[in-house]
Design a protein around this ligand. Structure first.
Ligand code: MN
Length: 197
């Protein structure tokens, strides 16, 4: 990706992820929270040398603080909102991505268990990520707040937002129920397309 500071286009209707993620949650999470991160980032880089950089470059390079927080959240949510599709039973990856998951985690079920554990044990606000290291290995990462694996030179493949704003309208405090339901709407083809050569 070579992302500009702008809203990603949703590849589905705003009610297409129901009942896993409601239209109301999309309205707030995409329409208000993400729009605010994008607007804030645009105003922070305006008339600075950072304005020539892609969002990925900003995430990798800027110092900790408001600029990193808003760049991180702009990238994180662009990855997040474009990785979903309408719910599907027995949804799982195929092909090369499945082979890599089997190689690095043992099985898809084991990967799901470990990823879910990461998402549920992340204290406070943050993200659980499936990422690819430079050597090609897949790893699970827990990142606080706006963290993204790109910051450590790893490629983000799949990110689950565990800020309360991602699930509170639909699940209240039940983060575990939300994370369990989200597996039905992962567009694994999109995730696979993020693998590096
Ligand atoms: Mn969010």
């Amino acid at each position: 990706m070579n992302m500009k500071i702008e809203m990603p286009v949703l590849p589905y209707a705003d009610n297409a992820l129901e009942p896993v993620i409601s239209r109301e949650t999309i309205g707030y999470h995409y329409g208000k929270h993400l729009q605010n991160y994008v607007n804030t980032l645009a105003s922070l880089v305006k008339d600075t040398p950072w304005s020539a950089k892609s969002v990925e470059e900003l995430v990798a390079e800027v110092p900790e603080g408001p600029l990193f927080n808003n760049a991180g959240q702009t990238l994180n949510h662009a990855l997040y909102f474009t990785q979903f599709m309408p719910a599907k039973a027995d949804n799982q990856p195929t092909g090369t991505l499945l082979e890599l998951i089997n190689r690095d985690f043992g099985s898809f079920d084991t990967f799901k268990e470990q990823f879910t554990q990461a998402a549920l044990t992340l204290f406070g606000s943050g993200w659980a990520w499936l990422a690819q290291q430079q050597d090609g290995r897949l790893v699970i990462r827990k990142e606080s707040n706006a963290g993204n694996p790109l910051r450590n030179n790893e490629t983000p493949l799949l990110g689950i937002d565990v800020w309360e704003h991602a699930y509170y309208i639909d699940y209240f405090n039940r983060r575990a129920d939300h994370v369990q339901a989200v597996w039905q709407i992962i567009n694994w083809q999109v995730v696979a397309d993020r693998l590096k050569g």
